[in-house]
Ligand binder design. Structure first.
Ligand SMILES: Nc1ncnc2c1ncn2[C@@H]1O[C@H](COP(=O)(O)OP(=O)(O)OP(=O)(O)O)[C@@H](O)[C@H]1O
Ligand SMILES: [Mg+2]
Length: 504
């Protein structure tokens, strides 16, 4: 973009009652002190922004020492060949704006200017001292870096150790560098806590493992146990078979007893049957029974007697047979064997406890191994996050260095510090301009102008904006490089009236 001033008119602007300036590529304003040289430059910033050359709004150009109706400044401006006539007037403290002679609202006027060019950039190009009035880190730095692109990730990776570069190159495919830093800083905090917890778990399990280690080896315990078990089995063979025959004995014995009871009961029935009287009269009608009837009763008694005898004999025979069988059997006493088995089981008990201990310690060992793996995995993740954080730090440091080199390469006489290293080694954005090792505040008038001119040249070139420059008090500087854009110089010449000369 190319901004050019065509002509400027001042009415009742400070000491100027009526003045028109027609600008050329080089416009030289000369005159003695107080002839109104600076005012010409100021008229432009007041017209555009209502400020003085330094951007201060506490600026009132209304004549204070002569009668005037209104202050009016107008400027014919050309932006990339397109002309606009801008005007601002001040009448009894009220401002009026003109766009191509049309009275306009302040908002429309300011909007038009905002669209044309950035205020701070324009003022920095127009007044070589303006940039230094801006806030170093909040305004100067962003403005300069806005036009100087940051080095590409690839360029930075080239300067990093290979392992760091490869890791970051892979990670930035998914996340931005700032997000990565956030993620891994949080990971680190989380994993540090997890690692402490994992370490203490391993420690506890290890102590448990060491304190509960069995003293007798499992194999000898198993041998001992199986020997005892073998002895028990041998004894149990005896007690088992004894049990079988004893069961048979007991069974037979109780059968004999039951039969003996039955025989006794049968015996008790005998006298009643034996003494049963054969009646010769009917029990109900009391008439004598005939012989046939009496014979039938006798026959019946005889029959029941025979049946009873048979049954009784059967019972006695059966009992006697079982008694004979019982005589053949023998009740085996296994109390001693049972006591032996008990003793052997008592011996087995502590051995089995020891075997259980072996199984428990195996489980504990597994837990311990798992805990050790978990601890190692946590440490690995933690180290990974630390490595990534360190790589990002290195990346930023390298990026800063490359960017600083890139910016520095644009300057001849100025040195620009874009970063400051903090006590903890972190790189923090900063902004400091120096000339021959001196800060701007330390510079002389001419040094300040030269510094400002170099800076506005870089800004102009990097932003692709060509704008007029107003070099006030140019008499104080004997020589300077011709700047880009229209040059407006003001110089004190003793005893001379205000003169404006134009060179093409
Ligand atoms: N509001 C105002 N009304 C009238 N005159 C003013 C007003 N403000 C400043 N002046 C005067 O206008 C005159 C011109 O000022 P200006 O700064 O333009 O002079 P100059 O030529 O740049 O002087 P120097 O060589 O000292 O830099 C000065 O005498 C100044 O005091
Ligand atoms: Mg002056």
């Amino acid at each position: 973009m190319d901004i050019k001033f065509k002509s400027l008119t001042l009415q009742n602007f400070k000491s100027h009652q009526e003045l028109t300036v027609n600008f050329g590529e080089r416009t030289v304003i000369t005159g003695d002190n107080t002839k109104g040289k600076s005012s010409i430059g100021e008229a432009v910033t007041w017209l555009l922004y209502g400020t003085d050359l330094m951007g201060s709004t506490k600026f009132d150009p209304f004549p204070s020492n002569y009668e005037a109706e209104e202050t009016l400044v107008s400027l014919l401006l050309s932006v990339d060949g397109m002309e606009t006539l801008l005007g601002r007037s001040l009448n009894k403290g009220k401002a009026t704006y003109y766009i191509n002679e049309v009275p306009s609202k302040a908002t429309d006027y300011n909007e038009l200017l905002d669209k044309l060019f950035d205020k701070d950039l324009f003022l920095s190009l127009y007044n070589p001292n303006y940039f230094f009035t801006l806030h170093p880190t909040k305004e100067q730095r962003p403005m300069l870096l806005k036009y100087v692109s940051a080095p590409a990730n690839k360029e930075v990776f080239k300067e990093l150790p290979r392992a760091q570069a490869e890791k970051l190159a892979e990670l930035v495919k998914k996340h931005s560098m700032t997000d990565l830093e956030k993620i891994h800083r949080e990971n680190k905090t989380k994993l540090e806590k997890m690692y402490i917890a994992a370490q203490s778990r391993t420690k506890t399990l290890k102590e448990q493992y060491e304190n509960n280690a069995p003293t007798v080896p499992l194999e000898s315990l198993q041998v001992e146990d199986s020997q005892l078990l073998k002895q028990i089995k041998e004894i149990e063979k005896v007690t088992d078979s004894a049990g079988d025959s004893n069961r048979e004995y007991n069974n037979l014995q109780s059968q004999v007893k039951a039969l003996t009871d039955q025989v006794a009961m049968s015996k008790e029935r005998w006298p009643k049957l034996k003494n049963e009287v054969i009646e010769d009269t009917c029990r109900t009608c009391k008439r004598p029974l005939d012989d046939e009837a009496v014979q039938a009763v006798e026959k019946d008694k005889e029959k029941r007697t025979q049946e009873y005898k048979q049954q009784h004999a059967n019972l006695v025979a059966k009992r006697n047979a079982l008694r004979e069988q019982l005589k053949e059997l023998e009740y085996i006493d296994v109390t001693e064997q049972i006591n032996q088995v008990r003793d052997l089981e008592d011996k087995r008990f502590p051995i089995q406890q020891e075997i259980i201990k072996h199984k428990q310690i195996e489980a504990l060992k597994e837990q311990l191994e798992e805990a050790q793996t978990a601890e190692k995995d946590t440490l690995d993740s933690l180290n990974e996050s630390i490595f990534i954080i360190d790589s990002i730090k290195a990346f930023y440091a390298q990026e800063a260095e490359l960017q600083a080199e890139k910016v520095q390469a644009l300057f001849d006489i100025l040195s620009i510090n874009l970063f400051k290293e903090q006590k903890n080694g972190d790189i923090k954005p900063d902004f400091e301009i120096e000339m021959d090792g001196k800060g701007y505040r330390k510079l002389s008038l001419s040094e300040g102008i030269r510094a400002g001119l170099e800076l506005r040249e870089v800004l102009s070139e990097q932003s692709d904006l060509v704008a007029p420059v107003f070099v006030d008090n140019a008499e104080s500087i004997t020589k300077f490089k011709e700047p880009t854009g229209q040059l407006i110089i003001s110089r004190v010449v003793a005893g001379q009236e205000l003169t404006i000369e134009v060179e093409e």
